[in-house]
Design a protein around this ligand. Structure first.
Ligand code: FAD
Ligand code: AMP
Length: 478
């Protein structure tokens, strides 16, 4: 008997919906099951990324940056603004509209590509079947040749800070505050904690970030994370490292937070708390026990380099599998798996996946950090270029930060590019392309960049690898 669908996908976040569209492009009959209920109480597509992740956080980062600029940097440009007021409800409504426009866009793309959207919760059964429980409780079974699991992830909750209404919230609650908290505590100074802490600091909160680890942003290049810590502290973000939160008690006067650091136990009282201590894969109950779907010790679905699970014709992608929990990583896996299913030769390069922190300054990197190269004993050369020496950054009045290019000492191949500064979320793409093409720092140095642009700083950092940057004195002479 022929199967009902070529492919059934569980989850319509950036991993699942991209897989669905690519499968459909390749002529496969596709259904995508998703259980998300949006802010308007209606089923919606796009998962965490579009509804409560990348997009709403960037909408608020953008709006809050405008507010911060008008209050703090317009005067430098000779612009005086008076009577500036924050209309938080309008800012939130704008964010919600950005989200609904984009999620509706996915609905349109599903229609245009002939992807069947099935609303409800999916559970993997043996023999590539998926049981669907619709929102009204009705149950049905889909029969597929291939299944792609893309269930995403959820915020980790900790016993030290149980969520409570709009007072102790996770990242989703932090996108919904109806007033600016006077004193805001953030547990976890990872990417999400820093971005959300930045939004509310810009809008007027006094923000205290409590981070259990001694090292700030250890995933980034050490030189960059040290610079970032300095810049964030200068802006007024109160970042306390080595501070492990042990309890949060919400009462009439706010939340009493207890934390421990090397000096002992401390207490802080804040109006609200954002818990941003990481995310865990949504794999609980994802597959019936009799399928034998293999999970690792943290609950991620075990997959090979092409996202095949231990079960035949069952794949898993996105936040629910190993690798960085990033939207573009899941999307790329979605495309790869669709092509593998369609019988094409497909692979992806996990070594060049870019990471971005959308604070101000932004932080972006791709490839290997200097500390990792040192630990591995790899010989390398480094070129750095500060935005303070960039004409464009100076003209913009935003010249914090630098570009760092790391190249293999023997082959000159670019191994890593690390940037801190305005708009580096955009700049990092050129580094990714260079690394994907196996470029050397010499290749980047020989490329002509438009003037005046921030991108010229990547050119100069590549020149600096060989001691021949033009707009800074070089340590090493060519
Ligand atoms: P998700 O987006 O989580 O989607 C999974 C979907 O599957 C959901 O719709 C869910 O309802 C559905 N689902 C789960 N289980 C089932 C089931 N059993 N049946 C049916 N449906 C199911 N990443 C970036 O790259 N850049 C950023 O700037 C960025 N910012 C972020 C900001 C915040 C505040 C947060 C929380 C995350 C951010 N991320 C960012 C991370 C990004 O959102 C995730 O990496 C991405 O959404 C993962 O995609 P996914 O498709 O794997 O899962
Ligand atoms: P990320 O994994 O990038 O989302 O960052 C989450 C951060 O939260 C990590 O840096 C953790 O060290 C930090 N963290 C986890 N638990 C606690 C805690 N109880 N108190 C303070 N920080 C924590």
């Amino acid at each position: 008997m022929s199967k009902q669908y070529d492919v059934v996908i569980v989850g319509a976040g950036p991993a699942g919906y991209v897989a669905a569209i690519r499968c459909a492009q390749l002529g496969l009959k596709v259904a995508c099951v998703d259980k998300w209920i949006g802010a308007d109480n209606q089923p919606t597509l796009g998962g965490t990324c579009l509804n409560v992740g990348c997009i709403p956080s960037k909408a608020l980062l953008e709006s809050s940056a405008r507010y911060d600029d008008i209050n703090h940097s317009f005067a430098d440009h000779g612009i005086t603004a008076s009577g500036v007021k924050l209309d938080l409800a309008k800012m939130m409504a704008r964010k919600d509209k950005v989200v609904s426009d984009l999620t509706q866009g996915i609905v349109g793309l599903f229609k245009a590509n002939g992807v069947q959207w099935i609303q409800g919760s999916g559970k993997l059964l043996p023999s590539q079947q998926v049981q669907v429980t619709a929102h009204d409780g009705a149950e049905s079974v889909l029969d597929a040749t291939h299944v792609i699991l893309a269930p995403g992830s959820s915020s980790v909750e900790i016993g030290a800070a149980p969520l409570k209404g709009d007072v102790i919230v996770d990242s989703t609650g932090a996108l919904e505050f109806t007033e600016v908290p006077k004193r805001l505590g953030v547990i976890g100074a990872g990417v999400i904690g820093l971005e959300l802490g930045s939004v509310w600091r810009r809008l007027g909160s006094e923000v205290i970030l409590l981070e259990a680890q001694e090292h700030f942003l250890p995933v980034a290049d050490e030189q960059i994370s040290k610079d970032a810590l300095r810049q964030f502290k200068r802006q007024g973000l109160d970042i306390r490292l080595g501070a492990r939160v042990v309890s949060c008690e919400a009462g009439n006067k706010g939340v009493v937070v207890q934390y421990q650091d090397g000096k002992g136990e401390h207490t802080e009282t804040v109006d609200k708390i954002i818990v941003a201590v990481g995310r865990r894969p949504n794999t609980n109950g994802l597959a019936a026990d009799e399928t034998g779907l293999l999970l690792d010790e943290w609950g991620f679905v075990h997959v090979d380099e092409q996202c095949r699970t231990n079960l035949p014709s069952v794949y898993a992608i996105g936040d629910a599998v190993r690798g960085p929990m990033l939207a573009h990583k899941g999307s790329e896996e979605g495309m790869m798996v669709a092509e593998v299913i369609a019988g094409q030769k497909a692979e992806m390069n996990y070594d060049t996946i870019p990471s971005v922190v959308y604070t101000h300054p932004e932080i972006a990197w791709a490839g290997i950090t200097e500390q990792a190269l040192k630990a591995a004993g790899t010989e390398y050369n480094v070129g750095t270029f500060p935005f303070a020496a960039s004409g464009r950054a100076r003209a913009a009045g935003d010249s914090i930060g630098m570009v760092k290019v790391i190249a293999d000492a023997n082959t000159d191949r670019v191994l890593g590019v690390h940037i801190i500064g305005a708009h580096c979320s955009e700049l990092i793409a050129q580094a990714v392309i260079a690394m994907e093409m196996g470029a050397s720092s010499e290749d980047l140095a020989m490329t002509v960049f438009a003037h005046p642009t921030l991108a010229e700083s990547v050119h100069e950092a590549a020149l600096a690898v060989d001691g021949r940057a033009i707009h800074i004195p070089n340590k090493k002479k060519y």
